[in-house]
Design a protein around this ligand. Structure first.
Ligand SMILES: *Cc1c(COP(=O)(O)O)cnc(C)c1O
Length: 394
């Protein structure tokens, strides 16, 4: 049986380009970039080159890029920086949304415990924030607006440029978690008016455990990790050179192939959406148009997402019932609930997240398998029986 991997929003396969780029830095160019001898300095030159490549892909300056251990760390550092800088000026109000990643929401919980006022905006049924809501929420004591570029569970893309514009007008710091977006849709920090942006390599075919934070010049970045003077004193710890080189190779590759890949992947995406449209009492979650090229999220009434996943796995299909971080628990996803989807329905959710490595043949297998599995699970589901009889299920 062939493995069909469609869980790219959880993590992606390391690309050959990234893998090959990393190899020399494991055993040959292993010097510490802070060392003054030639092997350390060679590593430093490549590190600088990697930083420049990454900056170019998002239209930033190299000295605005800070390497982190991934998206979570970048989110933490960005949010805590803006909050504490704001607090120094008496600003303790923060605006975000209900369906952010937990790296954002849990950092905001911490700030709430420290006395910050956190305002989470609605994302509505289509999974898209209203620019008007951000405008209305902004206050004189707002320290930060943090809104994700694209949602990791449903794939909806937010009006980042417009939100950035109103934050800029008001002089409020704007951060975006662009982890799902980078390498998949065009990201230009200048055009989007963002001050801080988080990214993670393993979501665009780079290695896991490495990411970066873009922080606009002029913002005083606060440290999470104290120690050596790496990353211009803002993030201590010997640089993970192989991972950084791999991330740079992967982002360069993704940016070069962006339009071609987006077109190809969205064809497969639409094929799967259309191919499952005839399943009774199913729905596509999130706006049909404003979404990432590769992310699909369905709900099938009367079944459990976990059962769906396990049976699809038996057909070789690796998908997800929500985000990897929540699928350990049986609680329905906070993302789907925030979009007003009833608890019972949210339990039957399925996320399919594609990459350019998927094919149309695989899409057909996925469509056929979903039909088979949904109808089997419904045939043994007492909940489905009730729905069929017209009884209300909650
Ligand atoms: C994966 C993800 C993260 C976390 O990134 P890590 O590199 O795994 O820490 C943060 N935000 C979003 C939207 C993600 O999809």
């Amino acid at each position: 049986m062939k493995t069909i991997y469609v869980d790219n929003a959880a993590t992606t396969r390391l690309s050959d380009v990234a893998f090959e780029a990393m190899k020399p830095f494991m055993q040959d160019i292993y010097g510490n970039p802070s060392s003054l001898h030639h092997i350390g300095q060679t590593a430093k030159e490549y590190l600088d080159e990697a930083r420049a490549k990454i900056a170019k892909c998002i239209n930033a300056q190299p000295n605005e890029i800070y390497f982190t251990s991934g998206g979570s760390e970048a989110d933490n550092q960005a949010i805590l920086t803006a909050a504490y800088n704001g607090a120094k000026k008496g600003k303790k109000h923060i605006i975000s949304s209900k369906f952010e990643h937990h790296a954002v929401l849990h950092t905001l919980d911490k700030l709430k415990n420290e006395g910050f006022e956190i305002q989470l905006l609605d994302v509505y049924k289509n999974g898209i924030i209203k620019v008007e809501d951000v405008k209305n929420a902004l206050r004189n004591d707002t320290a930060l607006v943090t809104i994700m570029t694209a949602n990791n569970e449903v794939g909806t893309v937010q009006p980042i440029r417009e939100i950035g514009e109103i934050c800029k007008e008001k002089g409020v710091v704007f951060h975006t978690d662009a982890v799902q977006a980078i390498g998949h849709i065009k990201i230009d920090v200048s055009e989007m008016n963002v001050d801080m942006l988080s990214a993670s390599a393993h979501k665009f075919h780079g290695p896991r455990g490495i990411g970066f934070l873009y922080c606009r010049k002029g913002i005083l970045l606060q440290n999470l990790i104290n120690g050596g003077a790496q990353e211009r004193g803002k993030r201590a710890g010997t640089e993970n050179t192989p991972a950084i080189i791999g991330m740079a190779a992967a982002i360069e590759d993704a940016c070069e192939g962006l339009e071609r890949n987006a077109e190809y992947i969205s064809e497969i995406r639409d094929m799967i959406i259309d191919g499952c449209a005839d399943i009774e009492l199913s729905r596509l979650n999130g706006d049909r148009q404003n979404r990432l090229p590769g992310t699909i999220n369905f709900c099938f009434e009367g079944i459990e997402g976990e059962g769906l996943l396990l049976l699809l796995d038996q057909y070789g299909i690796c998908a997800s019932s929500g985000s990897a971080c929540t699928s350990g628990s049986l609680d329905p996803s906070h993302v789907l609930l925030s979009m007003g989807i009833p608890v019972a329905v949210a339990h039957g959710s399925l996320r399919i997240s594609l990459s350019e490595e998927n094919t149309k043949e695989e899409a057909q297998i996925i469509i056929d398998s979903i039909h088979k599995v949904v109808s089997y699970l419904r045939s043994i589901s007492p909940v489905w029986e009730k729905i069929q009889k017209g009884e209300v299920v909650e």
